[in-house]
Design a protein around this ligand. Structure first.
Ligand SMILES: [Cu+2]
Length: 190
């Protein structure tokens, strides 16, 4: 009888302990889900400071891609010529082009290029607000107002700064730069 009592007591003590130990990792996973690690996207470009700043003003382009010692620079005219020919410069790029995230994961878009970009959500990819850079595509409505439109201005990312995007709903989202519209990212939220 005494033996039975002890065994019952042991079971009563051990069972909750086992349950607690088993549930601890689950609680930890729950906590991790509550504060997910942001996913980074980088904006890159290879603007040539001499020719860009001659047109757009001093300090517009601050090339960080070693333009003065390595051939990581595209002149202002060449960028426009490439876009007009339908072969936009691949040095102007968001990386990665496609990301899959869980709902609630923030995106951090870092501008590591030399000039400003925008990370603007659009219903459908298309042209930006600088028609000569659009390669013949029509300007999408989300970009049409340019920086006069606060909705566009708030998606701007200056050189060396970053933008956080949160609260994306489940499904597929499209983002592009309203200046260089071949810079595109598709975000799949699961
Ligand atoms: Cu851009």
């Amino acid at each position: 009888m005494r033996f039975v009592t002890i065994r019952l007591l042991a079971t009563l003590l051990i069972a909750p302990l086992t349950l607690w130990l088993l549930s601890a990792p689950a609680a930890l996973a729950e906590e991790e889900r509550a504060a997910p690690t942001p996913v980074q996207i980088v904006a890159l470009d290879e603007c040539d400071p001499t020719t860009f700043n001659a047109v757009l003003g001093p300090d517009f382009c601050k090339n960080v891609a070693l333009a003065f010692v390595l051939p990581f620079a595209t002149t202002f005219d060449h960028l426009f010529a490439e876009a007009a020919a339908g072969a936009p410069d691949p040095g102007w790029d968001f990386e990665p082009d496609r990301v899959a995230i869980r709902k609630g994961t923030p995106l951090i878009v870092v501008n590591q290029g030399g000039e400003p970009h925008t990370f603007t959500e659009v219903a459908k990819f298309g042209g930006g607000f600088v028609p000569p850079l659009n390669g013949g595509e029509a300007t999408v409505p989300e970009c049409a107002g340019g920086f006069k439109d606060v909705a566009v201005a708030r998606t701007r990312i200056l050189q060396g700064s970053q933008l956080q995007v949160t609260g994306l709903s489940k499904g597929e989202h499209h983002f592009e730069c309203c200046i260089h519209p071949w810079m595109r990212v598709t975000v799949e939220v699961k």
